[in-house]
Design a protein around this ligand. Structure first.
Ligand code: UTP
Length: 274
């Protein structure tokens, strides 16, 4: 059973400046919900109830969002607007939130290692909230949990990308053991198109086994001088312990302006059809 989901949310979000000067990127809304709330809802749908969030300076709005706001609740009590808080209230009632701070931006791998205290010695999920994933059926993390139950090893979600874009992602290669499911043999962080082993890119959803923490402790800074989760996962892949999964659904890169606008427009269109 995977009960905990880690949200590395310490990045500066420089692509959204000045909006992210005093507000975390994870609090940017798509329609009326902040990005991180979509992530928490996806984790809940996959059966998780402990949300562990790695934050940094200027991220207090995340903690306040997942807390009761008595004044506001009192103000709208008995009005039409009360139902607008129903989802977030349900989240607060059914989940536990814990936080820790990454004091230096030393990369995603380092952010995940910073979360070790909140996770402990058990397999866990990771969501990068700026990758917003939607699917009409089971959510992406729910699909990955099913796969974890079969394989009991680390799982990364992948999608096919335009080969010219490989320098923005971790890229994998491996043997396809079932349709859309690969046993990973190679992983490279942000390769140039000429050096990329495939066009299968890792997106912001992972299930990790806890031995990843020991590996991360030993992982030297890689691409960009940052401690890369891809490098640590490569150590597990050498032992045949990483599966890559072409998920069902659609991912929006809401860390970029284009992806953010596209998500906003498409979710808005969808909301009007309902
Ligand atoms: P990004 O590469 O999107 O970086 O990080 P960023 O700082 O958030 O955004 P830009 O590029 O400056 O606009 C991917 C994910 O890893 C987290 C980020 O919060 C984001 O969810 N991260 C990255 C950390 O938590 N700590 C780090 O040191 C680096």
């Amino acid at each position: 059973m995977i009960k905990k989901c880690l949200f590395p949310a310490a990045g500066y979000g420089t692509r959204f400046l000045p909006a992210t000067k005093a507000m975390p990127k994870e609090m940017l809304p798509i329609l009326t919900k902040p990005l991180i709330q979509y992530g928490v809802e996806e984790a809940m749908a996959a059966g998780m109830s402990t949300m562990a969030i790695v934050t940094g300076r200027g991220k207090r709005a995340i903690e306040d969002h997942f807390d009761v706001s008595y004044e506001l609740e009192h103000q709208i009590q008995g009005t039409d607007k009360e139902k607008m808080l129903a989802d977030i209230r349900d989240i607060i009632d059914s989940c536990t939130f814990s936080y820790t701070r990454q004091t230096e931006m030393r990369g995603l791998g380092h952010a995940i290692l910073t979360g070790e205290l909140l996770i402990g010695n058990e397999p866990f999920a990771v969501i990068l909230a700026d990758d917003l994933c939607v699917n009409d059926g089971a959510g992406v993390l729910e699909q990955m949990v099913k796969l974890y139950n079969e394989h009991q090893c680390s799982i990364v979600a992948i999608e096919e990308i335009d080969p010219s874009q490989t320098n923005k992602y971790g890229v994998i290669a491996g043997s396809e053991i079932a349709e859309g499911i690969y046993r990973v043999t190679t992983m490279v962080e942000k390769p140039s198109p000429a050096d990329a082993p495939s066009n299968l890119a890792i997106i912001g959803r992972y299930i990790l086994t806890p031995d990843i923490f020991d590996i991360l402790r030993e992982t030297a800074p890689g691409k960009g001088g940052e401690i890369q989760i891809t490098d640590a996962l490569m150590e597990q892949a050498k032992m045949g312990k990483v599966i890559a999964y072409k998920f069902r659904g659609k991912r929006y890169d809401c860390g970029s302006i284009d992806g953010y606008v596209q998500a906003t427009v498409e979710l808005y269109e969808k909301s009007k059809v309902k």
